[in-house]
Design a protein around this ligand. Structure first.
Ligand code: DC
Length: 222
């Protein structure tokens, strides 16, 4: 039997960095569920769906076939057969994903795909509802967070390193808005599962946070 690790938390808490480190160390597959919601958002943007029109989102999402594949350990998201990894990290896609991921049909479709993957392989899966909804029986559940100020600063540094000019206060405001949407939506809102371990990474390096999760996995395997 494989082992499944669920990592949830708000945007910018370091989930993907830490999940990738754990996957490498444990030789598990890393499943970035946010990328799936982003691919769906890209599809909806391309279809010029109005983000306020829930009915339209429900209809159009049926036409998006989203699958994932692994190349050299990296997750590739395919949208109707097209590799969209390079197109889903824009602000526009982030904002659409935050809105469209609240739609029940979008969630039902992607949750099914995530559960199928976890049933086949040992996975480290990160997202917002992994411990609460996608993998309620995960062997290890972590709720990874950090203060909004720290998360905004990390994002700011990332963008500056890429040469993208940006404003720290705008990024912080956007992060807070996304948190609010993710935590207050009706279906599968972001929240800590009762049996999840809380890790606040505000004053931790990624390495330290990854080691804390690996220690939980080792304790579980005893
Ligand atoms: O983790 P991320 O920023 O790539 O996620 C993009 C959006 O998708 C984010 O607004 C929350 C949503 N999401 C979700 O609702 N459920 C998940 N399991 C993962 C992401």
């Amino acid at each position: 039997m494989g082992m499944n690790i669920a990592i949830d938390g708000p945007a910018g808490a370091g989930k993907s960095t830490i999940a990738k480190m754990i996957a490498k160390k444990m030789e598990f597959i890393y499943v970035d569920t946010g990328a799936m919601y982003r691919a769906m958002a890209l599809f909806l943007l391309r279809c010029r769906v109005d983000p306020q029109n829930a009915e339209q989102i429900g209809e159009m999402c049926e036409q998006a076939d989203i699958t994932i594949r692994y190349e050299n350990g990296e997750q590739i998201v395919l949208l109707n057969g097209e590799n969209v990894n390079g197109l889903i990290r824009t602000q526009e896609v982030s904002n659409m994903a935050s809105v469209s991921s609240a739609h029940p049909k979008v969630r039902a479709k992607l949750v099914r795909l995530q559960q199928e993957l976890a049933a086949r392989e040992s996975v480290v899966m990160d997202g917002r509802d992994i411990g609460t909804c996608v993998l309620p029986d995960a062997d290890v559940k972590v709720y990874l967070t950090a203060s909004a100020a720290v998360r905004a600063k990390r994002r700011y540094d990332e963008l500056m390193a890429k040469g993208v000019g940006c404003s720290l206060s705008e990024i912080e405001a956007e992060i807070e808005e996304r948190d609010r949407r993710d935590m207050t939506r009706e279906i599968s809102p972001l929240r800590q599962a009762e049996d999840a371990v809380l890790i606040d990474s505000s004053d931790m390096s990624a390495q330290e946070a990854a080691e804390a999760v690996i220690a939980l996995c080792n304790a579980q395997a005893l």
